[in-house]
Design a protein around this ligand. Structure first.
Ligand code: P6P
Length: 344
């Protein structure tokens, strides 16, 4: 009977979060309502991303003027804009948000008072979208802050360190649609069952291996790396202690590289380099959510100077270098940066 019970005991993401929230006496269900609207956005983007591939395949996407500079046709780019509009509309209509920061919008969105709630959401609606054409997994990344009292929201309310987030997650649009979420009590993964239109709990209580055999970085930037990053990558390739060399896996889509790191272990790096002293990834809606998840799964996230979640952003689209992954592997990177600090 065990398997039978399993099939009928469908743990959907909504039920899971409701269970979690009922443990919080102060919860009035607002977070669950907010999350439901984020899930709605993810379902829409999942379907649009899948159709985009098909649309392009059978020419439904119309004449896409492929620009020489990138492999994307104009129409494909529109998925970024479409996804952003869907998330903004879903989040505003939830009636539970007050400030929205999107990778797609230069300025933050302040929700009108009649629809204002206590949560701020920072998100990248379609991270890695330059990979759509070649079928590489892409994703939505989000982080959630909660206003502590009912003051008039200002931009300072989202220029908070990542450790103040109440929740973070991503939805990966790949061979399946997987939503990975933490509300501060561990990390859980849910897979969309298209026949039900529901995200079902498939990866309960994800913990990242303490050490890994994989490192993930764009080796094309090697000539611009600083000492500690160069030393770490050298150690991965030519270990001095006789241990086997690590494998390099780099997809170039943060959600896909981080999801693999979370499940298999190892490290994901986007270091600073001479060309971009703050690296490439954005603090609010790439670095913080992924760092929050890594710590909740027993891993670490480091900027080269400090714990990533302790960073206090000054601008909503600010960038930061990031080293995240297995606890012991990140300790090695921290030691290399500490040694350089001492030598300086
Ligand atoms: P590079 C995708 O454009 C992205 O923002 C992240 O998803 C990804 O990790 C990174 O940039 C890849 O950057 O410079 O290695 O192509």
């Amino acid at each position: 009977h065990a398997t039978e019970a399993h099939q009928t005991d469908l743990m959907t993401i909504t039920r899971f979060v409701l269970n979690e929230q009922t443990k919080r006496p102060e919860s009035r269900g607002d977070f669950t309502i907010l999350l439901n609207h984020i899930v709605l956005g993810c379902k829409f983007v999942c379907s649009a991303v899948n159709k985009a591939g098909l649309a392009k395949l059978i020419g439904l996407a119309g004449e896409t003027n492929v620009q020489a500079s990138d492999s994307n046709g104009e129409e494909q780019k529109k998925l970024d804009v479409l996804s952003n509009e869907v998330f903004i509309k879903a989040l505003v209509s939830s009636g539970r948000t007050c400030i929205l920061v999107s990778e797609e919008d230069e300025e933050a969105t302040f929700v009108e008072p009649s629809l204002r709630g206590k949560y701020s959401v920072v998100f990248d609606p379609l991270d890695g979208s330059s990979n759509i054409d070649c079928g590489v997994s892409i994703g939505t990344i989000f982080g959630i802050y909660m206003l502590k009292d009912s003051h008039e929201p200002t931009i300072e309310d989202v220029l908070q360190p990542g450790k103040n987030m109440v929740a973070a997650g991503y939805c990966m649009y790949g061979s399946s649609c997987t939503l990975v979420l933490s509300t501060g009590t561990g990390v859980n993964g849910f897979t969309l069952d298209p026949s039900l239109g529901e995200f079902i709990l498939t990866h309960p209580n994800i913990k990242i291996p303490k050490k890994g055999k994989i490192y993930s970085v764009n080796e094309g930037n090697a000539k611009n790396w600083d000492g500690p990053t160069a030393k770490y990558v050298e150690k991965c390739k030519f270990p001095k202690d006789g241990s086997p060399a690590k494998s390099l896996r780099y997809i170039g889509s943060m959600v896909a590289d981080v999801h693999r790191t979370l499940l298999y272990g190892g490290t994901f790096l986007y270091p600073a380099d001479k060309k971009s002293p703050n690296g490439k990834l954005r603090v609010l809606y790439e670095v913080f959510p992924m760092s929050f998840l890594m710590e909740q799964a027993g891993g670490q996230a480091f900027t080269g100077k400090l714990r990533a979640l302790d960073l206090v952003p000054e601008k909503i689209h600010e960038r930061s270098p990031i080293f995240l992954g297995s606890y012991d592997d990140i300790e090695e990177i921290k030691a290399l940066y500490a040694a350089e600090e001492k030598a300086a």
